[in-house]
Structures are given as C-alpha cells and as structure tokens.
Design a protein around this ligand. Structure first.
Ligand SMILES: [Zn+2]
Length: 214
C-alpha cells in the first residue's frame, strides 16, 4: 500500500477501543436514526443526544429480526475525525453496544454522523467536498494539508461521496447537486439530517459514504 504523503488522519481503519483502551472489533453495525432531537445541529450535541435518546427496546435485531429483544451491553470508544470551527477535529466517541437476548449476538450502535469502517464523519467529508467543488483552496494539495489527509485519501473519499450522490439523484448528478447536498449535510439539524441519511440507508441497504455497495 502506498503510504507516501500520508497525513495524520490517514491511518485507517482506526481501531475501536473499549473503556480500558483495548482494541475491539466493530462487529455488527446497527443504525439508530434520530427523530426526536429537533433544534440540535452541532456534532457534539448530536453525539450526546444520540446516546441519551437511544431506546434499545424500539430497535430490531439485524440478525434474527426479533423486536424488543435488544438490551444494553456496554460501550467502547473509537476515533472519529469531525469538523470544528472549519478545521478537522479528532475525538474519541462512545459507541453503545447492544445484545440480542433472542439470538445472543452483539451489535454496535453507530452515531448518526459516523460512517461504518470510516474514521471521518459525514460532515467532515461533506465540508471537504464542498471546499473542493467551490475552489476554496488554491490546489488539492493545499486542501489536503488543511484537512490533514493525503491526496490519495481525498480522492478515495471524493469517489465514495460522488458515487452516493449519483445513487441518490441519478448518474447525471453533477457539481451543483454535490454543492447543495453538501450544504444540507453541514447545516441540517439532527432530525433533517437523520431523515436524509435514513432515506439513503433504506434505499440502498448501506450507509452514506460507507464505501461498499451491495
Ligand atoms: Zn437477534
């Protein structure tokens, strides 16, 4: 793998850590989209609201599809590179784990702004693509230096992002659509963002920007 030009945030996948700093696998991912947190817009608020609003009894086991069978099973910490004041912000976030008492499998509940198997938040990628399409920086190298990623990582994220936009709006979706969609992701409150991302998830059976499509 070419590691030339690697920047601080390129070491993917970043390990998930349990409460004692030990690496743990992400395991089965479960998305719990918010619908009761209007007027919340910042990443910090969305993350904390996601934890406080989570009601395991309303979720369905993704393996056996049993209802009301998921119970709290602890949590682990993982890295997530988001955006704060226009700059990359590397933080540790808490990921809740649930266990299904019907089939005994465990599942990680990924926060709204996180993407499975990706170190970057959805808003980090949206901001990156918006700055690129609007020509905020003089060159791709300058853009990548600001966001502390390599050029290779930029093109990988851009490819994922634009692929998802074409899946949503059709193969003719171009730069204008990418700009308006990115602005929506960056500025929406939690409820609107949740509806947007849940719609994509339900239509494609994968999370926006996840990287692999069925
Ligand atoms: Zn189950």
């Amino acid at each position: 793998m070419d590691r030339q030009g690697e920047q601080p945030f390129d070491k993917q996948p970043l390990p998930a850590l349990d409460g004692h700093g030990r690496a743990v696998p992400d395991g089965s991912m479960l998305r719990a989209f918010l619908s009761i947190c209007k007027d919340i817009a910042s990443d910090d608020d969305i993350l904390s609201a996601g934890l406080s609003c989570l009601d395991p009894s309303k979720l369905i086991c993704p393996i056996c599809h049993a209802r009301t069978s998921l119970i709290y099973h602890g949590y682990y910490l993982r890295h997530l590179v988001g955006i704060k004041d226009g700059k990359p912000d590397d933080r540790r976030i808490k990921v809740i784990r649930l266990r299904c008492i019907s089939c005994n499998t465990t599942h990680a509940v990924l926060p709204l702004i996180a993407i499975p198997y990706c170190a970057f938040s959805i808003r980090f990628i949206a901001r990156l693509i918006l700055d690129h399409t609007e020509g905020t920086f003089q060159s791709i190298e300058a853009l990548c230096a600001h966001y502390k990623i390599s050029v290779n990582t930029f093109f990988r994220l851009k490819h994922r992002y634009l692929s998802c936009i074409r899946l949503t709006f059709g193969i003719t979706a171009g730069t204008k659509r990418a700009i308006s969609f990115s602005r929506d992701i960056i500025t929406f409150d939690a409820t609107s963002l949740s509806c947007l991302l849940e719609g994509f998830f339900l239509a494609t059976d994968t999370s926006f920007c996840q990287g692999h499509f069925p």
